[in-house]
Ligand binder design. Structure first.
Ligand code: GLN
Length: 539
């Protein structure tokens, strides 16, 4: 089969869930046995989101090959179990950078370099890069932003040209919003009509419309939208708010979105999707009745998407353990010795979040001291693991001013220090220790038991590391280094063996947890959380 290209565009407003719709479509096509990949094109000028503050774009996701990516790539992986790479996330910045590099090399042979055709050609090449490998039947391309934005114009022009060139090998799915005016008790279709008009003005006729709405959209209203938008009536589907994003693939399948796409792409005799494993997951979720509460201590807790992958990993792990999880977000800046008892004592488990910089750091130490002394199941991730080490150094080893040189470059006890290869680096973008590295686990440790093996590969995003010259002192006092990089001896996992569950990972296991393959360390943590919850209830 020739590679089919599906473009997903969005209209009216942002945050409609293009990433979820794209992921759901990929999930359904994969369940039919097709080889699928999804890529995201972001119209901003940053080369990647690695240097963006979480306030701007939420969590920064990391791919196995060490690309700092848009958080939608996390959805893609969680929904499809397909690993993405740097080729799956392109920004305007990267497009321009490669065009400008070519111009400097003289590749354009003295021609005037312009948005059309040079930028648009570069975009088209990027769209087809994964398809050209021959590894995929479907390449789904999500165009970030909203139709009508100045910034997305070159991308949409590239899509227009590609649609023309690819003919029936391309499909366009447009996602819009149908607002409900409460006072009039009415859903309104006009914004959808306008956004499709805008797309048509740019020369793109969508094949299918997905209407995001808070209320059911009647067939009559769908027919009206179809009529005004030159779309077949059966190709207008609705996407109503659901309790979990993981129901969306089934909702789309019930309305035939995957069928519509296959038909438009002229694919015949497609096998039916095997959604059994997916439905089993949803059944587990629906039958889980008991709730456990996990506190997440971080400094971006007021932001919905700042810890997206951790939230999803906790949810998956709870579901597989037959429970529901409530995540209580605790602002580390507001945590003090005086209120820690009140804020943490009722929790069944605590996560100390990743992060950068000084703000809110002392609150993490306060939380960790409390959790360690009260033996609450505790999981430190990246900066959270580094904080575990610092708190232990201060309060158990008696190194009062122990710190990370990130927080205090002059600390007398630099138990966390800059990695050797980081010392000469001055640029911030894409220069951390990024992507998947092997980690060797100590036999007999709780973390080795969790994974059920001794060598694992997990993703990283950090500059600082455990300072190995303190290793013996920590081990003697009861904090063990139970995971290390086999080549460099960098410490990847610490644990206090005598505790219920007290583990820190320098890596980010949340990036590799998916619906069908939850991450083992989250499963193990969640089991400890549930056991602790039950133990308290039975006492
Ligand atoms: N700021 C720490 C470092 O750079 C931890 C990073 C993180 O939590 N992702 O090493």
């Amino acid at each position: 089969m020739e590679t089919k290209y599906i473009f997903v565009t969005g209209g009216v407003v942002s945050s409609l869930g293009k990433g979820i719709i794209s992921s759901s479509l990929a999930c359904l096509l994969k369940a039919r046995g097709y080889r699928v990949t999804i890529q995201k094109f972001d119209p901003y000028i940053n080369i990647d989101p690695g240097t963006l503050n979480p306030y701007e774009h939420g969590e920064c996701y990391v791919t196995v090959d060490g690309h700092e990516a848009d958080l939608d790539l996390g959805h893609y992986e969680r929904f499809t179990d397909i690993q993405t790479t740097r080729a799956n996330n392109i920004t305007t910045g990267r497009i321009y950078q490669s065009v400008i590099d070519k111009e400097r090399r003289g590749d354009y042979l003295g021609k005037t370099v312009q948005i059309v055709p040079h930028i648009t050609d570069e975009i088209k090449r990027a769209v087809k890069r994964l398809g050209n490998t021959g590894n995929f039947d479907f390449v789904i391309t999500e165009i970030g932003g909203v139709v009508g934005d100045i910034e997305s114009l070159p991308f949409l022009e590239a899509v227009r040209q590609l649609r023309w060139e690819l003919g029936s090998n391309s499909v366009c799915v447009h996602l819009t919003y149908v607002p409900y005016i409460a006072a009039a008790k009415e859903l309104k279709t006009k914004p959808t009509q306008h956004s499709v008009k805008k797309l048509q003005e740019l020369g793109i006729q969508p094949d299918a419309l997905v209407l995001r709405a808070e209320h059911h959209i009647s067939n009559e209203m769908r027919r009206k939208i179809a009529l005004f938008c030159n779309v077949a009536p059966d190709s207008v589907v609705q996407s109503i708010d659901v309790d979990t994003i993981y129901r969306v693939p089934l909702r789309m399948h019930e309305q035939g979105l995957d069928e519509i796409v296959l038909r438009k792409a002229a694919v015949t005799n497609a096998p039916e999707p095997d959604m059994k494993p997916w439905c089993d997951f949803l059944d587990k979720m629906d039958t889980a009745s008991h709730v456990v509460t996990v506190g997440l201590v971080g400094k971006y807790v007021e932001l919905q998407d700042a810890y997206k992958s951790i939230d999803e990993s906790l949810f998956q792990a709870a579901t597989y353990n037959g429970h529901k999880v409530k995540i209580k977000y605790i602002h580390s800046e507001k945590l003090t010795d005086d209120n820690v008892e009140q804020k943490l004592s009722a929790l069944d488990g605590v996560i100390i979040a990743p992060g950068f910089g000084n703000r809110g750091i002392e609150g993490k130490f306060v939380a960790l001291k409390y959790c360690r002394e009260h033996d609450i199941p505790t999981f430190g991730i990246c900066l959270g693991m580094q904080c575990m080490v610092i708190e232990f150094a201060r309060n158990v080893l008696g190194l009062k001013d122990a710190n990370s040189t990130e927080m205090n470059p002059g600390t007398p006890d630099n138990v966390i220090d800059l990695m050797e290869e980081q010392k000469s680096i001055s640029n911030l973008g894409g220069t951390m220790r990024l992507g998947a590295y092997e980690c060797q686990l100590t036999p007999g440790s709780r973390v080795a038991e969790a994974y059920g093996k001794y060598v694992v590969s997990e993703r990283h995003r950090h500059r600082f590391e455990f300072n190995n010259s303190y290793r013996e002192a920590f081990e003697r006092a009861g904090m063990s280094c139970v995971g290390q990089n086999p080549a460099t001896r960098l410490v990847e996992v610490v644990e206090i063996p005598g505790k219920r569950w007290f583990i820190g990972t320098q890596y980010h296991p949340e990036y590799s947890s998916t619906v069908l393959h939850p991450n083992p360390i989250f499963l193990s943590f969640m089991k400890a959380v549930i056991d602790y919850h039950n133990e308290k209830e039975n006492n």
